[in-house]
Design a binder for this molecule. Structure first.
Ligand code: URA
Length: 324
């Protein structure tokens, strides 16, 4: 049997795996609103690689396919890039450090030809290691970090002290953390639901996994300090369905098409989950909404902790008993 040249195989525009829908690609290229683009397609005004495509659904690869509307090529989208870096310690999550500090940045580690157009999705502390995404897709970056979309970030932490089951349950329910704006503490609010799994407890250290749906400043470190177990080591191992596994420290790679699609699905799914799991926020000024005395006390403690070094409570030695 003679082999077919791949270029001679007729393209199937109803094949979902080609990429986004044709009308979306047209709308994103500024042709018209999505509904109008649908009509242009149905009217036979749109060609893909020289073939009229007038049935829907139709899927295209915006990077490769030649698409014209009424004979005129549409503007090409700039290629969206999604890179995963395994961040080492002593690296700042920014595109450029302050000139007088001049520390290594996450971008210094990514020798990609278009690295200058990339920015980090969210932030990891100077000493936190692990998965950080870099992209030039502002929309996806916003959704991945906004608590409304509830995309889960998974961390592995090694902490000082023996974290009890009670403490783990308290972390899971939510901890009152101070809210700071423009360098000032403005009350406290409770963190959203967290999943906590203790992997290992030794006499003076605990290894655990935490799954968070929001990303407040130094959230994991502050939460663990609040229950008397300051963080010794912190690593982010997953963002939604995308896992760090297999990527050496300091190395980077592009995400696969499957990983990008999975991230998009996590955003859509997470939106529903996040709404169900709305954090019980104690509004900063309106203390009338903080219902119980316990809540009020916890808020006060969080505000008092704010401004102090994180190790405010000595780690407990035992496992049981009440802390407060
Ligand atoms: N929480 C922290 O405390 N630090 C990080 O780097 C990420 C989450």
């Amino acid at each position: 049997m003679p082999r077919l040249d791949p270029d001679d195989i007729p393209a199937r525009y109803d094949d979902k795996s080609r990429g986004p829908r044709l009308q979306r690609t047209l709308a994103e290229a500024g042709v018209a609103a999505r509904r109008v683009c649908e009509q242009l397609i149905l009217d036979g005004e749109v060609e893909v690689n020289g073939t009229i495509v007038d049935t829907l659904p139709a899927f295209v690869d915006p990077e490769r396919d030649r698409i014209t509307v009424q004979g005129r090529p549409i503007k090409r989208r700039s290629r969206k890039l999604y890179i995963m870096l395994n961040k080492p310690t002593h690296t700042v999550t920014t595109t450029a450090d302050e000139p007088d500090l001049d520390r290594r940045t996450v971008l210094d580690l990514v020798d990609h030809p278009t690295a200058d157009r990339l920015f980090p999705v969210g932030r990891l502390d100077f000493d936190t290691t692990g998965l950080i995404l870099l992209t030039n897709d502002g929309e996806l970056a916003n959704k991945l970090t906004h608590p409304r979309f509830g995309v889960v970030k998974t961390y592995h932490a090694v902490v000082k002290g023996r974290l009890s089951d009670e403490d783990a349950a308290e972390l899971a329910r939510g901890i009152y953390l101070a809210e700071r704006k423009a360098g000032r503490t403005e009350g406290a609010s409770r963190t959203a639901r967290v999943e906590v799994r203790v992997h290992k407890r030794d006499r003076d250290r605990t290894v655990l996994e935490l799954k968070l749906r929001e990303g407040r400043n130094r959230q994991v470190r502050r939460m663990l300090a609040a229950v008397g177990c300051p963080v010794k080591k912190l690593e982010r191992v997953a963002m939604g369905p995308v896992k760090l596994k297999g990527l050496p420290r300091g190395a980077w790679r592009e995400l696969s098409r499957g990983e990008i699609d999975a991230l998009r699905r996590a955003i859509t799914r997470g939106k529903g989950d996040a709404e169900k799991a709305e954090p019980k926020r104690a509004p900063v000024r309106d203390q009338g909404e903080v219902r119980s005395r316990v809540d009020k006390r916890r808020m006060k403690n969080a505000v008092a902790r704010a401004g102090k070094p994180e190790r405010t409570r000595r780690p407990r030695r035992d496992d049981g008993g009440s802390r407060r």
